[in-house]
Design a protein around this ligand. Structure first.
Ligand code: HMG
Ligand code: MG
Length: 316
């Protein structure tokens, strides 16, 4: 657990919310399909380790992401085991069909996922940049009318594998359009992990200039170029208090092959604890969960903290 200590840095938030994406962003990228009961046990262990928000799965087309084709079974399973707690776990919904599936199962938090670039919008959503908003508009409206909370991801906010550098103004435009539709929080994705700390600061400032303050932003870093933790520190210094992370550093994106693992939750927890920032997560329980999952997956976790603290599972 965290506590203010002798080595705090000035000007950082006292408390941070970690938004755990391992069961969704992590497992969507696995080469094989993980059994539903393993996914349910993973979610339960993450909640028990103190993660306040655990994104469970995606109601996308099963042909597009076969790894998460069991989304309805998983949510039914979790609801049996965890009751209302399961209904609070966010799920991804790209369109009205996805929202209908989530509503049927009583989900209370949904997330849409937009792209800052034309190419990724086409590849990930089968929609152009502009068409994606038409797909999201009824999802957000109907979800809000039903009393649900709606988060919006923006992908490729720093660079795009097909288009290269992505102009800051283009990212801010896409993000503010999603806020205007009614999203309560924007998750700013460095999908391929190419961003660096100054770029992070500039992007947060760019949103601020358009009226989207740090209270509406979350940062979603991938660690492809080893910058995720440095970028998280820069974001903390800019006032961000919600960070997406993935237990054991699992993850990627099936429609952006240059995307590797997410910022590992353990690595983030270690840094926050060292900085005296509260996060509510039990690191030992989290490491034990990632070691257990690595064993199920048959390969070691890429997280530095898991390797240092837990020992990694040996490849089978
Ligand atoms: P489409 O083919 O254009 O869909 O795909 P459509 O609207 O033309 O419908 C075609 C058929 O699919 C219809 O069935 C629909 O009912 C069905 P038919 O009438 O032909 O029998 N269908 C569905 N079935 C189940 N669930 C649904 C659904 N929607 C339509 N939700 C679509 C459009 C958006 C569905 C597709 O492109 C898709 O599923 N994409 C998802 C891709 C994805 O999940 N990518 C990974 C997540 S994004 C990410 O990881 C980045 C992030 O982590 C942040 C970051 O790192 O940047 C969030
Ligand atoms: Mg991601």
């Amino acid at each position: 657990m965290s506590r203010r200590g002798a080595y705090d840095l000035p000007g950082l938030p006292e408390r941070v919310t970690i938004y755990e994406v391992g069961p969704r962003d992590g497992l969507q990228n696995e080469p094989g399909v993980i059994p539903t009961d393993t996914k349910a046990a993973f979610c339960r262990r993450l909640l028990e380790a103190g993660l306040p928000v655990v994104e469970a799965t995606s109601f996308v087309h099963p042909r597009w992401v076969p790894q998460l084709a069991d989304a309805a079974d998983l949510m039914a399973w979790l609801t049996d085991e965890l009751g209302d707690r399961a209904r609070e776990m966010p799920v991804l919904v790209p369109n009205e069909r996805g929202l209908d599936r989530a509503l049927e199962l009583g989900c209370r938090h949904v997330a849409i996922f937009g792209s800052a670039t034309e190419t990724f919008a086409l590849r990930n959503l089968n929609r152009s940049l502009d068409e994606q908003f038409a797909m999201f508009e009824p999802v957000v409206r109907r979800a809000r009318d039903a009393g649900l909370d709606v988060r919006a991801y923006v992908s490729m906010c720093f660079g795009d594998p097909w288009e290269g550098a992505v102009p800051l103004a283009q990212v801010v435009d896409v993000g503010t359009r999603l806020v205007d539709l009614g999203a309560s929080q924007l998750s700013i994705g460095d999908t391929i992990g190419v961003g660096t700390a100054g770029h992070v600061r500039a992007l947060i400032a760019g949103f601020g200039e358009r009226g989207v303050g740090t209270d509406r932003l979350a940062m979603h870093f991938h660690d492809t170029y080893g910058q995720a933790l440095a970028n998280a520190l820069a974001a903390l210094q800019a006032g961000i208090t919600t960070f997406d992370a993935s237990a054991g550093g699992l993850g990627g994106c099936p429609y952006a092959h240059s995307a590797t693992g997410n910022l590992a939750t353990e690595d983030l927890v270690w840094m926050l604890t060292g900085l005296g920032i509260e996060h509510g997560v039990d690191l030992d329980a989290l490491v034990a969960t990632s070691v257990w999952l690595a064993d199920q997956l048959g390969r070691p976790s890429p997280s530095a903290v898991v390797r240092a603290r837990g020992g990694a599972a040996e490849p089978r």
